[in-house]
Design a protein around this ligand. Structure first.
Ligand code: PRX
Length: 637
């Protein structure tokens, strides 16, 4: 049983009651939560835990994510607002009611079906923040196709890897993305990705925004405007999917160069999201929810698309920067759409704080009940600033692509609990969160003890079922790192204080977090190592005031060449292969990389040097001369 929470933290004791029940009487708890969604066929078994570490929730139950997100609301409240799209990139705003959203989704579902997409087929969606991308996600969910959304900031190489892993029958994309007014043509990127990939998708469905020329290929390509017209008005019923059918895969970075396809179910995910909307976010039907994330990330899946819609809320989807046309844009949207619950990331808040904080005071934010922040550590100054500026609770929440919904936070829908700056909070219902010694596997229960945050079996509904196409990787990566125990490792280091609040102390592996974007340093290294001019490379995450962390690449040239030339090549390679999101903030050309005797890179030492931290007496360290040389390189000229 995870550590107790003190009365000081949970004055009413209500959180403790709900949490305890979710652990001690998990099946009854989740059976109750399951009544928050519609089932076509009731489940026969709440949990099948016969094959750890795999868990199957709501076995035999049949349901559909799209039905729960759209149809059931369209039936009761057809004219209520469902999707609000605001783009400061193309200066457009559009609102769909639940009935209108249903019509769009059905037309897209019909088009996909006509293209031969059916239950279990994969559809890769490579799009910026467009409403059509949401229609596509919901259309897939409707017909039982598995969507895999790839963040628009990724480039051809990343995209090709994902195409080969999920082998989509069809790809959904558009002519261009726009960021801060700068256009990125998507077709050349996608064509290059399809050229690189071994798997060749049969069809591509394009949204033509009129931003960049599109050259459709006859026989392969479909244009949404024409398809929409052709399919408009067709009724496409929701497929009654078994709860454990696959709803989507979403790729995320780990310690290897190859991202993992996090695979999620249907029923467990729908229940977890419905429960989290009520118990954590306190989002209510008929209200508006605004998450500033992107559909390419897990926060976008759970809390732009499925969560708010399942809860019957209007979801605000924003295409643009937080500071353009000015730093007041988000707050004006909150005022205009009477947003009650908002979800963003610490980086965005730091950007706003730096820009011109007075914009916050210019909008009427009376509708807003709370701001949730996640994706990276929330530092105290940022938390304090935004809390004071808003005069509303600011709730940190900690989770992962793998879990799909918060592991640690404060359950606002259950009980008023005191926030503790620097801590995301306490375990959410169903999460048997433990802090364990990574060397011995022992539970660390004393306040202040540092260890790895692990979750005991079974993971609650909504978490990853497995790694797409690779059960062994699921078991070996996530469930095999704690000695002597089969526990899910988050790979985050953590400690608890005396009241039971958990603090996240950073990753224990080589994953870094740049502006809330999770990146694997190995992935970036492999990409850079692909350059013929690079002999060796090491990428480390370095603390950054604005972005939390940035990537710094240390490269050794294969032959003599100017540093600037090599640096430019490295930047271009990452840009073209992985995308701008993974580009290092700095490339440092060095003669050699510091290593231990056994050849392991001294990453922590390199990171410490970059952060200006003491790494002790260099002379006592293995490979001190190389580290010394590296330190010289970092010293400002
Ligand atoms: O290291 C933790 C950090 O981000 C990782 C998960 O990133 P991702 O898979 O992109 O999922 C983001 C979902 C919100 C975690 O392993 N992280 C996420 N939230 C927090 C955090 N670190 C500290 N505090 C948080 N609130």
């Amino acid at each position: 049983m995870p550590a107790a929470i003190s009365r000081a933290a949970d004055p009413s004791g209500r959180y403790a009651d709900v949490y305890r029940r979710s652990i001690d009487d998990a099946e009854a708890f989740w059976a109750e939560q399951a009544s928050r969604i519609d089932w076509f066929t009731p489940f026969a078994q709440v949990l099948d835990a016969s094959r750890p570490p795999f868990a199957r929730w709501f076995v035999g139950g049949r349901t559909n994510l799209c039905h729960n997100a759209v149809d059931r609301h369209a039936a009761r409240r057809p004219d209520a607002q469902a999707l609000i799209w605001h783009s400061t990139e193309v200066d457009k705003e559009q609102v769909w009611s639940f009935a209108e959203l249903l019509a769009e989704v059905q037309a897209m579902a019909a088009s996909l079906q006509d293209a031969g997409v059916g239950e279990g087929d994969r559809v890769l969606i490579y799009c910026p923040m467009l409403p059509q991308a949401v229609f596509a996600m919901l259309a897939c969910a409707r017909i039982g196709a598995i969507h895999s959304v790839v963040f628009g900031g990724f480039a051809a190489g990343s995209l090709a890897g994902r195409i080969d892993d999920c082998t989509p029958k069809l790809i959904v994309s558009c002519d261009a993305g726009s960021r801060g007014g700068k256009l990125t043509a998507f077709q050349p990127l996608l064509e290059e990705a399809m050229r690189l990939a071994a798997h060749k998708p049969a069809q591509v469905l394009w949204f033509d925004r009129g931003l960049q020329p599109l050259q459709p290929r006859p026989g392969r390509d479909l244009l949404w405007d024409a398809e929409r017209e052709r399919c408009w008005g067709r009724a496409v019923p929701c497929v009654a999917l078994e709860s454990n059918a696959v709803s989507y895969t979403l790729y995320t970075s780990g310690t290897t160069g190859r991202p993992k396809g996090v695979q999620r179910d249907v029923g467990g995910y729908a229940v977890a999201l419905a429960a989290s909307m009520a118990l954590i976010f306190d989002g209510r039907e008929g209200e508006s929810y605004f998450s500033t994330s992107d559909i390419g990330w897990v926060v976008g899946h759970s809390y732009i698309v499925y969560g708010p819609l399942i809860a019957g809320m209007a979801t605000v989807m924003y295409e643009g920067l937080p500071i353009r046309p000015d730093p007041g844009i988000w707050w004006r949207l909150v005022e205009k759409y009477k947003v009650t619950v908002m979800f963003s990331a610490p980086t965005a808040v730091r950007v706003l704080k730096k820009a011109d904080p007075s914009y916050l005071q210019q909008a009427d934010l009376s509708s807003l009940r709370a701001l949730f922040l996640a994706g990276e550590p929330l530092d105290e100054p940022t938390a304090r600033w935004i809390r004071d500026a808003l005069g509303k609770p600011v709730i940190d929440n900690y989770w992962q692509t793998e879990t799909g919904w918060p592991i640690l936070t404060l359950a606002r829908g259950v009980a008023e609990m005191h926030e503790r700056l620097g801590s995301p909070g306490v375990p959410m219902p169903g999460y048997r969160a433990l802090i364990v010694d990574p060397e011995t596997g022992e539970d660390l229960v004393e306040p202040g003890q540092k260890g790895v945050l692990a979750i005991d079996y079974p993971l609650p509904p909504g978490c990853l079922q497995t790694v797409w196409g690779d059960d062994a990787r699921f078991v070996n990566t996530y469930w095999s790192s704690i000695p002597g125990r089969q526990l899910y490792s988050t790979f985050d280091l953590a400690m608890r204080d005396a009241d039971g609040y958990t603090f996240i102390l950073g990753r224990s592996d080589d994953v870094i977090n740049v502006a809330g974007h999770r990146l694997g340093t190995r992935e970036i290294e492999e990409c850079i190592a692909g350059l013929g001019s690079v002999a060796e490379v090491a990428v480390v995450g370095v603390a950054d005031e604005l972005k939390g962390q940035v990537a710094v690449a240390f490269v050794v040239a294969r032959q003599a060449m100017a540093d600037e030339v090599l640096t430019a090549q490295v930047m271009q390679q990452v840009n073209e292969q992985l995308g701008a999101v993974a580009r290092p903030a700095r490339v440092v050309v060095v003669a050699a990389l510091p290593k231990t005797r056994s050849g392991k890179l001294l990453r922590r030492a390199m990171q410490a040097l970059c952060e200006g931290r003491e790494i002790g007496d260099l002379s006592t360290l293995e490979d001190a001369a190389t580290l010394q040389a590296l330190a010289e390189r970092l010293r400002p000229a």
